[in-house]
Design a protein around this ligand. Structure first.
Ligand SMILES: NC(=O)C1=CN([C@@H]2O[C@H](COP(=O)(O)OP(=O)(O)OC[C@H]3O[C@@H](n4cnc5c(N)ncnc54)[C@H](OP(=O)(O)O)[C@@H]3O)[C@@H](O)[C@H]2O)[C@@H](O)CC1
Ligand SMILES: Nc1ncnc2c1ncn2[C@@H]1O[C@H](COP(=O)(O)OP(=O)(O)O)[C@@H](O)[C@H]1O
Ligand SMILES: [K+]
Length: 478
C-alpha cells in the first residue's frame, strides 16, 4: 500500500527533519536524485548524457533550488545546463552559486525561449508544494514553448498539489521526480505527472499515518477471496444482483457476469431480465423478484432498475435484509430523491455508494468540485457509507476518514456499461465478507486493470471488460 500525504503534513515533517539535518543537506539529497533520474531520461531518449542540453525553469522557491542543484550535478556528467530564472532576485542563492561554480549558464526569462528550443530536456523547477493556482503567464509562456520532454521537480507546476486540479496552464511532464513522500497530485493527476519516481530523503519516519493510500497489486491480491479446501458455493458468500429491466437487460448481464467472474461463490439475480441473464450466464440462479431471490450475503443494486416506485421498492427491500449493499446508478438517484428509503437500512450494515459526478451532485446537492477527496469524505460522513466517487481517478472514502485513490491506466474505461461491471465486482467482494472500503478500493483496482488489459491500447467495451476480469486477477496473483 502506498501512502500519500498532504502538503501540510509534508511541510510539518520536513520542518522536523530540517531541524536535525545539516543546512542544505535535504535539498542536495533531493537534487542528486533529480539529477540521476533526469540523466536516465536523457540516456533513454537521446542514447546519451554527455553533451546533451538541459534547460532549467527556475521559480522563486526551494523547488527552483532543487532544479539549480540538480543542474550542478548534471554538469559533472558534462550536460550543457542553462538555468532560466523567472525571478532572478529571488532565485535560490546557494543553488545558483553551485550551478555557476559548475559552469552552468544563467539567463533571464526573456532569453529563455532560444535555449528552450534547443533543449533535450526541460526541468520544471517553477513551483513545488507551495504552489497556488495555475501557472502565471511568464512561466506558462516558457512551458508552452518546450517541445522537449519535461521533468517536473516534485510535481508538475500549475497543478494543485493537494487536489490534482488543473485550472489553467500547467506542466505536462514525462517524468516527475518527487521527494520524501507521494503527494495527492501524484495519484490524482497522473496525466500531468507522467511517470512518477520517489526519491528517499529520509522523511518517512517523520510522516506518521498517511492521509490517503493507493493499493498496490499485492495488496489487492492479498485481499481477493480464494476458496479453501473446506469451501463450497455458499460458504464463500452469495451475492445478489438486482439490476436491469426487460427493456434494458444489458446492465443486468454485465453486473451479474462481472460478479460471476470476480469470485467463485454463487451469484443470484433478481429482476425483469432473468431470462436474458440465465441464457447468458447459466451458472446464475435467476428469479423475477428480490422477494423470492433466496438468501445472499450482499446485494449489488441499481444499474437499470429505474427510479420509479418499483425501483424504490427493490432498493428498500434489499436495504432491509441486514446484509451489505452496494447501491449504484439508479439506486443512488433514488437515495438522493427519497432519502427516507435509507430508513429501511439497519444502521450496522455496510452501505457502499458508487456515484459518478452527476449522481454525486444529486446525492450532495453540489458537484464534487476541485477537491474530490474532500467531496467523497463529506459524502461518506453524510450517508454513513463508503463512497466510491467515479471518474478518471476513482476516490474511495469511508465514514471513518480512510481514503483510497485508484489511479487509472488510460481512459478506456470511459465506455457505456463499465460502471455496471464495477458494481458486480464490488457486490461479489462484499458478499465474500471484505471490509467495504477495502472491497470498493480493490474492485476499482481490478476494474482499471481489466480495462487496460481489455483495451490493450485500442477502444474496448464493457463486455470485453467482463471477459478480461480473469486476466486481471491472474496478473494480480502472478
Ligand atoms: N523544505 C525542504 O526541506 C525541502 C524542500 N524541497 C523542495 O522545496 C519545494 C517547496 O519549496 P518552497 O516552499 O520554497 O516553495 P515553492 O513550491 O518552490 O514555491 C515558490 C514560490 O512560487 C510562487 N508561486 C506560487 N504559486 C505559483 C504559480 N502557480 N506559478 C508560479 N509561481 C508560483 C510563490 O511565491 P510568490 O511569487 O507568490 O511570492 C511561492 O512561494 C518542494 O516542492 C521541493 O521541491 C526539497 O528540496 C526537499 C527538501
Ligand atoms: N476518463 C476516464 N478514465 C478512466 N476511467 C473512467 C473514465 N471515465 C469513466 N471511467 C470509469 O468508468 C466507469 C463508468 O461508470 P458509470 O459512469 O457508472 O458508467 P455506466 O453507467 O455506463 O456503467 C467508472 O468506474 C469510472 O471510474
Ligand atoms: K515543479
Amino acid at each position: 500500500m502506498q501512502g500519500i500525504w498532504t502538503t501540510e503534513r509534508i511541510r510539518a515533517a520536513e520542518d522536523r527533519l530540517l531541524a536535525v539535518t545539516p543546512d542544505g543537506e535535504l535539498m542536495r539529497r533531493a537534487a542528486f536524485g533529480l539529477a540521476t533520474h533526469t540523466a536516465a531520461l536523457l540516456a533513454g531518449r537521446t542514447s546519451g548524457v554527455s553533451g546533451r542540453r538541459a534547460v532549467l525553469l527556475v521559480g522563486s522557491g526551494n523547488n527552483g533550488g532543487d532544479a539549480l542543484w540538480a543542474g550542478a550535478f548534471l554538469r559533472r556528467r558534462n550536460v550543457a545546463v542553462t538555468a532560466v530564472l523567472l525571478k532572478p532576485e529571488r532565485a535560490h542563492g546557494a543553488g545558483l552559486a553551485a550551478l555557476r561554480r559548475s559552469g552552468g549558464r544563467v539567463v533571464s526569462a526573456e532569453d529563455g525561449p532560444q535555449w528552450i528550443d534547443r533543449a533535450d530536456v526541460v526541468v520544471d523547477g517553477i513551483v513545488g508544494i507551495s504552489a497556488r493556482g495555475p501557472l502565471r503567464p511568464d512561466a506558462a509562456a516558457l512551458v508552452e514553448r518546450a517541445s522537449a520532454p519535461i521533468v517536473a521537480v516534485d510535481l508538475p507546476s500549475g497543478v494543485d498539489p493537494d487536489t490534482g486540479a488543473v485550472d489553467g496552464p500547467a506542466v505536462r511532464a514525462a517524468l516527475t521526480v518527487t521527494f520524501g513522500a507521494l503527494k495527492p497530485v501524484h495519484a490524482l493527476a497522473p496525466d500531468a505527472c507522467g511517470e512518477v519516481v520517489l526519491v528517499d530523503i529520509g522523511l518517512r519516519p517523520e510522516l506518521g499515518e498517511p492521509d490517503l493510500v493507493r493499493l498496490d497489486s499485492p495488496d489487492v491480491a492479498a485481499a481477493w477471496p480464494v476458496p479453501g479446501p473446506g469451501d463450497d458455493k455458499y460458504s464463500q458468500g452469495v451475492v445478489g444482483i438486482a439490476a436491469g429491466s426487460a427493456t434494458y437487460p444489458g446492465a443486468a448481464v454485465l453486473a451479474a457476469g462481472s460478479a460471476v467472474r470476480a469470485t467463485s461463490g454463487l451469484v443470484r439475480y433478481a429482476g425483469h431480465a432473468a431470462d436474458v441473464v440465465r441464457s447468458r450466464w447459466p451458472e446464475i440462479v435467476a428469479t423475477g423478484s428480490v422477494r423470492d431471490a433466496g438468501r445472499v450475503q450482499a446485494w449489488a443494486v441499481g444499474p437499470g432498475i429505474g427510479t420509479g416506485q418499483e425501483g424504490r421498492d427493490v432498493l428498500r427491500h434489499v436495504l432491509g435484509q441486514g446484509v451489505p449493499v452496494c447501491a449504484d446508478a439508479d439506486a443512488t438517484t433514488i437515495i438522493a430523491r427519497s432519502p427516507e428509503v435509507l430508513d429501511a437500512r439497519d444502521p450496522g450494515t455496510p452501505l457502499v455508494l458508487t456515484p459518478h459526478a452527476g449522481e454525486f451532485s444529486r446525492l450532495m446537492g453540489e458537484a464534487p468540485g476541485a477537491d474530490r477527496v474532500a467531496a467523497a469524505r463529506d459524502a461518506a460522513r453524510r450517508y454513513d457509507a463508503v463512497v466510491l466517487l467515479k471518474g478518471h481517478c476513482t476516490v474511495v472514502a469511508a465514514p471513518d476518514g480512510r481514503v483510497a485513490v485508484n489511479t487509472p491506466r488510460g481512459s478506456w474505461l470511459a465506455t457505456a456499461g463499465s460502471g455496471d461491471v464495477l458494481t458486480g465486482l464490488l457486490g461479489a467482494l462484499l458478499a465474500a465478507g471484505l471490509d467495504p472500503w477495502l472491497a470498493a478500493a480493490s474492485a476499482a483496482h481490478v476494474h482499471a486493470l481489466a480495462g487496460s488489459l481489455a483495451a490493450g491500447g485500442v477502444p474496448t467495451s464493457a463486455s470485453a471488460l467482463v471477459t478480461a476480469i480473469p486476466d486481471a486477477l491472474r496478473a494480480l496473483r502472478s
